[in-house]
Design a protein around this ligand. Structure first.
Ligand code: AMP
Length: 328
């Protein structure tokens, strides 16, 4: 699929001697894995090329994936090819210096909200951007080289963005691409331990979430996490935000939402929206966000907006339940 676009990207990588990789703000396993995995593939294949991942932030739970490259002087961007991975819109690119690159390529699996870059390779049905990078590797495997470090980065993104190969975006191709990585060599025991072991204190927080969560009339499970709760349990914003995963298995709740106060001056409240069967991205898009059909993010600024978003989600779920069968 999309052979011509992939070939154009390969040609561009071959043409440039310096390549800088970019990803989205609030990084996750997929954007970190895709940038680091592609970097390693390029480095192995063309040792003479310079290739960098420049991003000031790394999510704490992903620090095991290794440090980022040092910031570069502006003039080094001007000669470079920029490749932005896993990022639907320009406002979400974490390193704004991508605009300095001579050319920019977009590789993404989100619902496209806007166009940027001279070459865009977007496959929104892919379960992760890492899967696209593996597909890229596999398409040109006569040219490209891979090792177990790259395979582990890419597998990390595939695992985290697909909920351990559980979400509906997972296809036969997903598993075939994952199999390529396992054949190269991934220590899955170590990886799963790094990703999923929980601290005892976090379990206490989980218990608190289950105490405090609520369910709307038609079955939207939600939790509001204010600053006080984060302080009480000594949680970073990132750790508090992970609570969305704890609301996903309630029978009858086909959508679940977490609101997390960020504590900044603007009063930003991060919203994480998830669903099964019903598509929730239209709600995210209404509240300054976007993402995937069943996993989106948004931003609100006060309790009125929280209530309005919940009412919209509840109405969406109501309508879905009234017009569909087979949901659980
Ligand atoms: P999150 O809950 O932040 O993990 O977001 C779920 C998905 O939606 C991820 O793929 C994000 O990249 C995407 N997403 C989150 N926030 C936004 C936003 N404001 N605009 C567009 N996409 C978003």
């Amino acid at each position: 699929m999309n052979y011509e676009i992939k070939k154009q990207i390969l040609d561009k990588i071959q043409e440039y001697s310096r390549i800088i990789l970019f990803r989205h703000v609030r990084n996750d396993g997929d954007c970190v894995g895709a940038t680091k995995g592609l970097k390693e593939i390029i480095r192995l294949t063309w040792p003479e090329k310079e290739v960098y991942v420049i991003d000031a932030e790394t999510a704490k739970y992903l620090e095991f994936m290794g440090p980022e490259d040092e910031e570069l002087p502006d003039e080094m961007y001007a000669e470079a090819l920029g490749i932005v991975l896993d990022t639907a819109s320009e406002s979400r690119i974490s390193n704004k210096k991508y605009t300095l690159c001579r050319e920019v390529i977009k590789i993404d699996h989100h619902i496209p909200l806007e166009h940027y870059g001279s070459i865009e390779w977007v496959e929104e049905e892919r379960s992760s951007c890492c899967e696209m990078v593996v597909d890229f590797y596999n398409t040109f495997r006569d040219v490209l080289k891979i090792n177990s470090e790259a395979a582990t980065h890419l597998y990390t993104g595939m695992v985290t963005d697909s909920g351990r190969f559980k979400y509906s975006g997972v296809t036969g191709d997903t598993l075939r691409n994952a199999a390529i990585l396992l054949d190269v060599g991934v220590d899955t025991d170590l990886l799963y331990a790094r990703l999923y072991l929980e601290a005892y204190e976090y379990l206490k927080f989980k218990a608190h979430i289950y105490e405090r969560m609520q369910i709307t009339e038609n079955g939207v499970a939600y939790i509001y996490i204010d600053r006080a709760m984060q302080e009480e349990f000594g949680l970073s914003l990132e750790q508090a935000s992970a609570c969305i995963g704890n609301l996903d298995s309630i029978r009858g709740c086909i959508s679940w939402i977490a609101f997390i106060e960020s504590g900044d001056e603007a009063g930003t409240i991060r919203v994480r929206l998830r669903s099964r069967f019903v598509h929730i991205n239209s709600i995210a898009e209404k509240y300054r966000g976007g993402g995937h059909a069943c996993a989106s993010g948004a931003t609100v600024y006060n309790r009125e907006e929280v209530d309005a978003l919940l009412a919209d989600a509840d109405a969406l779920v109501k309508e879905y339940k009234e017009t569909h069968e087979g949901w659980l």
